[in-house]
Design a protein around this ligand. Structure first.
Ligand SMILES: [Cu+2]
Length: 304
């Protein structure tokens, strides 16, 4: 049997193993129940010593051996299929970092969700910018570790259009559960248009008045804009509020003015807001002056 997709490769082996397990479970339980009745003390008051049976022993060695070898062979074929991406696969680079995913296309376009055409194999070349992560797309049955300083890969065949979950499946710190995005499968025609649309777009589209920059830089994984407490303090009502921070082990109160906001983004380790873990990455080398101003401007606008 030849596989068409990773979904099929994984599911067929899974069903094969489950079917064998169910058959064995049923057979063993039925035999057990039969033995309990057939060899009960009432029917056999005197225990007797049963000598070995060569034929029986050969049977119970050979049959399981064939079964496990079949499982191995089937699984190995699926594995080989899934490790070898077709030559016509669309190549996309995937970067993991605490705590977001970035994707980069051959034309330089970058996105925070994986956008792919339906019906064409997609090969992801994966790496991490900091710690170990793992890229998991349950709908396509593919998962691969993201390792700093190393390139790993996987491929899958998206069929049908729609959105599918893509998330990190290797615990990577406080924001691990926020490290989730989507695979958006478009028709081949829509994908072609999307690719041509804005090859060097920097920030994507704003959604509900939230600048795309905040999504792209991963701010929203840890900071809410509606007052909800996440890994970091919320942006809502933050500007000009009184904040208790810990600086060099000492607590003190500051006003969250523009200077404070700018410093907190660029050098977050300088003042840690009381009650929050010191986990924010320094954005000093990741943000331009223009980007910083736009983020601080947005936070200012959320003043209560
Ligand atoms: Cu992760």
């Amino acid at each position: 049997m030849n596989f068409q997709s990773s979904t099929q490769a994984v599911d067929s082996v899974f069903i094969f193993i489950v079917a064998i397990s169910v058959a064995l479970l049923t057979g063993i339980v039925a035999t057990m129940v039969y033995f309990v009745v057939r060899y009960s003390r009432e029917r056999n008051p005197d225990p007797e010593n049963i000598e070995g049976n060569l034929l029986l022993e050969i049977v119970w060695v050979v049959i399981p051996l064939i079964i496990v070898l079949a499982m191995f062979f089937y699984g190995w074929r699926g594995f080989r299929f899934m490790r070898t991406a077709p030559a016509n696969a669309l190549l996309v680079k995937a970067y993991a970092s605490m705590w977001r995913w970035d994707f980069e296309y051959d034309n330089g376009r970058k996105t925070d969700r994986l956008i792919v055409p339906s019906g064409r194999p997609v090969k992801l070349v994966i790496t991490s910018r900091d710690v170990l992560h793992s890229l998991f797309i349950p709908a396509f049955r593919v998962k691969e570790d993201a390792v700093p300083g190393m390139l790993t890969h996987l491929w899958f065949l998206p069929d049908g259009t729609g959105d599918y979950d893509l998330f990190c499946s290797e615990y990577c710190g406080t924001g691990h559960s926020e490290m989730i995005t989507k695979v958006q499968v478009m028709t081949a025609e829509d994908f072609r248009k999307w690719r041509l649309e804005a090859p060097h777009e920097k920030t994507g589209e704003d959604v509900d008045g939230v600048p795309a920059l905040l999504r792209k830089k991963g701010c929203l994984a840890c900071h809410s804009i509606d007052g909800t407490r996440k890994i970091g303090p919320t942006f809502k009502g933050l500007f000009m509020s009184r904040v208790i921070v810990v600086t060099g082990g000492k607590e003190h109160e500051v006003t969250a003015n523009e200077q404070y906001l700018r410093r907190s983004v660029m050098e977050p380790e300088a003042d840690i807001v009381k009650g929050f873990p010191p986990v924010m990455p320094r954005e000093k080398d990741n943000l331009t002056e223009e980007e910083l101003s736009s983020i601080v401007g947005f936070i200012k606008g959320l003043r209560e």
